[in-house]
Design a protein around this ligand. Structure first.
Ligand SMILES: Nc1nc2c(ncn2[C@@H]2O[C@H](COP(=O)(O)OP(=O)(O)O)[C@@H](O)[C@H]2O)c(=O)[nH]1
Ligand SMILES: [Mg+2]
Length: 328
């Protein structure tokens, strides 16, 4: 048994002894993996744990216990978009989710306090967006399910610590993602002929930008990023740029809110239908009622870029905030 294991390790070890189902065991082992410090002295222990995890995951028994359905990474989509907060340990991922959503993930100085993804809902304008706090990305061990979760998501917020070495953190985590076939859609041209790659919108959050004192760090970081990485300096602690961050998330998801109106009645301005930029009136109609897309003759639209009540055809693309009345 290597020396210098953190006290938390033994507490998890105790829980592992009591664990009954394979999925409980896997959770304990994964948690253990995340608290063991990385150095030569722990290499063997970490290798043993990794072996145990993979055995439990493929054993026939695990069909009952640790099926995909039960994986903590199998999170139901809710709201108008699914956004993952990812990055190295201790950069403030959990703090950001705690500030922005109704979720209460554990926040601590221990680098691996988050070992399970935690979803929460964020309100922006009149819609809800799902944000998911995740365990840290590190070279040592990351559950493969995390990468699957990221691949299925709509936006990745890659978080770094502006008071640390943000550029190195970004390079390291982007590299881990790349090795797991995830890359920013903005850099797609750099990956020709790689059909197995998943491209996602990325946005870098330079967290811990608590006050003007750190703005110079942000400037230096920004220069290193060139134009490759859109970024936003924020602080979960002092709340700097939190409102702007919500808007950036909304923007990057390319959400278009469209309000439905029944002829002769005022529009329902409380619950918009959510479309993607580029979606058409026909797609909107399908969301309002199953049969409308087929039956519709034309639509009337109100908004900033149209005349009041302008007549449009089914291929018209509404803008965010437009009101649409389907005529059948
Ligand atoms: N100064 C400062 N500290 C922060 C900020 N956000 C988080 N922290 C601290 O950084 C540590 C790690 O935070 P946590 O949210 O658990 O990071 P995670 O490991 O990335 O989830 C905690 O001590 C937090 O209080 C921030 O904006 N500014
Ligand atoms: Mg955390």
């Amino acid at each position: 048994m290597p020396a210098n294991l953190p006290p938390g390790y033994f507490e998890i070890e105790k829980r592992l002894k009591d664990a009954k189902t394979p999925s409980e065991k896997v959770s304990c082992l994964e948690e253990m993996m995340s608290v063991i410090p990385k150095h030569k002295g722990t290499d063997k222990l970490r290798a043993e744990i990794r072996k145990k995890i993979s055995k439990l995951k493929v054993s026939p028994q695990s069909k009952k216990g640790a099926t995909r359905k039960e994986s903590a990474y199998n999170i139901n989509r809710e709201g108008a978009g699914q956004v993952i907060i990812s990055g190295p340990p201790n950069v403030g991922k959990s703090s950001l989710v705690a500030v922005l959503t109704n979720a209460t993930p554990e926040i601590s100085d221990s680098p691996h306090s988050t070992w399970k993804p935690t979803p929460g809902m964020m309100s922006i304008h009149d819609i809800q967006i799902q944000l998911i706090d995740t365990p840290p990305l590190n070279r040592d061990y990351v559950d493969k399910d995390l990468f699957d979760l990221i691949r299925r998501s709509d936006l990745l917020l890659l978080t770094v610590d502006i008071q640390g070495d943000p550029f190195q953190q970004l390079e390291e985590t982007a590299d881990i993602l790349k090795q797991n076939r995830i890359a920013p859609v903005r850099l797609k041209d750099r990956y020709p002929d790689q059909p197995r790659m998943t491209f996602l919108p990325f946005h870098v959050l330079a967290n811990k930008n608590d006050s003007e004192q750190f703005d110079e760090n942000v400037d230096i970081f920004a220069e290193l990023l060139e134009d490759d990485w859109p970024y936003l300096p924020v602080s979960a602690k002092t709340g700097r740029n939190m409102e702007l961050l919500k808007k950036v998330i909304f923007e990057r998801l390319e959400i278009v809110r469209v309000y439905s109106k029944t002829p002769g009645k005022p529009a329902d301005m409380k619950a918009p239908f959510v479309l993607k930029r580029g979606d058409t009136v026909e797609q909107f109609a399908a969301k309002v009622h199953m049969t409308f897309a087929e039956k519709m003759k034309h639509a009337r639209i109100w908004g900033d870029n149209v005349y009041d009540g302008q007549l449009v055809q089914r291929d018209h693309q509404p803008n965010d905030g437009d009101i649409v009345e389907i005529h059948i």
